[in-house]
Design a protein around this ligand. Structure first.
Ligand code: ZN
Length: 410
């Protein structure tokens, strides 16, 4: 039996303090021991020994809001006209960047993740474990209707990460259609968004009935619905209708936050994307500039308030991959953004590991370092509780193991 042992300080993300001078033992793909270094632990003679005594071992990071769509730029016209082969190459590149930065799982919130997952299972590409929504569904003139100058049918065919459905029966069909293509969960859009040409992020999209039908179909498949909602109207409706995860979730009222707590929803604030949009606002198309100025300044306060109230949060940067910005692989920036709005570093880490595992529907398998779980772990060359920003730099991540396989070592 293949056995490995890692000597390091341990952040197990269960809520307990750092275990100094710790030891993690792995057999095949599972953790069998996590705790203080035990001199008398029965190690096999041929066990692989990793000595990281001055470093920190923690669960593999979980990127809970990403797009394996290979967009290539922040201009939605490019999303429509970029050839699919180039998109695939970009997504493969992005997966590699995520894994090297310590992400061992990723939730694809509209992208090519279903097919990429198949290719990964065939051993053709490397990257984090993928859970994908396939195409995100919105109403006509909603956030999935990315470029309204073209016929909607053309946009959907050329931009396979977006789908449109109107009325309860089309919503039912489109939900089933995503499952047919391999979706692990469903992503919908209950407000407009920033990047498309026509929608307004301040307005509520989809009726209660339309959302409820999608939730019913997802439940029947044993899974859940995530919604893109950038303002209160779209969050409240969606939570009432049974949606599990709230993507963005800005400008929420206290009443909505109460409801999210009652229904045990998980919010993914994606503040990194907002910060990056604001930093580059002057370079954006005019209609996008106006929407950035409408949404972004109001995002931080409501996320801080929801966190304060106890809403469960997970970590997703929502970066659009781009050869020019090179943000992919710096997704750990989101932990720093959360610390800026009031999270302790440990809360940010647990959001990125333990809470992310809930969204991956793998709480029993990943998200904390505990005996019996899968060996998804990383080693960081400094204490992230003292410097959370080290998690946004792939150089700090010196060792990555996914399901017991060493993916990076230096
Ligand atoms: Zn997104």
């Amino acid at each position: 039996m293949k056995q490995s042992v890692i000597y390091a300080n341990i952040i197990d993300a269960t809520g307990r303090d750092v275990i100094e001078n710790g030891m993690v033992v792995i057999e095949e793909k599972r953790l069998v021991y996590v705790g203080e270094a035990e001199k008398n632990y029965p190690l096999a003679e041929d066990a692989a020994v990793y000595d990281y005594k001055n470093d920190y071992v923690m669960p593999g990071l979980i990127e809970a809001h990403s797009h394996l769509a290979g967009y290539g730029s922040g201009n939605t016209l490019d999303w429509v006209v970029r050839p699919v082969v180039e998109k695939v190459c970009q997504a493969v590149h992005d997966l590699e960047a995520l894994l090297n930065a310590g992400f061992t799982s990723v939730r694809d919130m509209a992208g090519l993740g279903c097919r990429l997952r198949t290719a990964m299972n065939q051993g053709l590409i490397r990257g984090p474990r993928i859970m994908s929504a396939n195409a995100a569904i919105s109403q006509t003139c909603g956030h999935s209707d990315v470029w309204s100058d073209f016929p909607a049918e053309m946009v959907q065919e050329w931009e396979p990460s977006h789908a449109i459905a109107d009325g309860a029966e089309q919503c039912r069909w489109q939900t089933r259609n995503q499952f047919r293509q391999g979706a692990d969960f469903i992503k919908i859009m209950t407000t407009g968004g920033i990047m498309d040409t026509a929608s307004d992020p301040g307005l509520s999209h989809y009726t209660y009935e339309e959302i409820a039908v999608i939730v019913e179909e997802a439940k029947r498949m044993g899974t859940y619905v995530a919604t893109h909602a950038e303002s209160n109207a779209g969050v409240y409706h969606a939570v009432k209708a049974g949606v599990t995860s709230i993507e963005h979730g800005y400008m929420t009222t206290d009443e909505t936050i109460e409801l999210m707590l009652e229904k045990d929803c998980i919010q993914i604030p994606t503040l990194s994307a907002m910060t990056s949009l604001m930093a580059n606002v002057d370079t954006m198309q005019p209609h996008v500039q106006a929407k950035i100025r409408q949404v972004v300044p109001r995002a931080y306060e409501s996320v801080a308030r929801a966190h304060e109230a106890g809403v469960k949060m997970a970590v997703g940067a929502d970066y659009l991959s781009s050869p020019t910005t090179g943000l992919y692989g710096k997704n750990g920036n989101e932990l720093y953004e959360l610390v800026k709005v009031g999270f302790t570093p440990m809360e940010a880490i647990m959001s990125c590991t333990r809470n992310g595992a809930l969204l991956m529907k793998m709480s029993d398998e990943i998200g904390t370092l505990e005996a019996g779980k899968l060996a998804d772990l990383i080693v960081v060359n400094q204490n992230p509780l003292k410097n959370i920003q080290c998690l946004s730099d792939a150089e700090s991540v010196i060792f990555v193991m996914k399901e017991g396989n060493v993916e990076k070592e230096k």
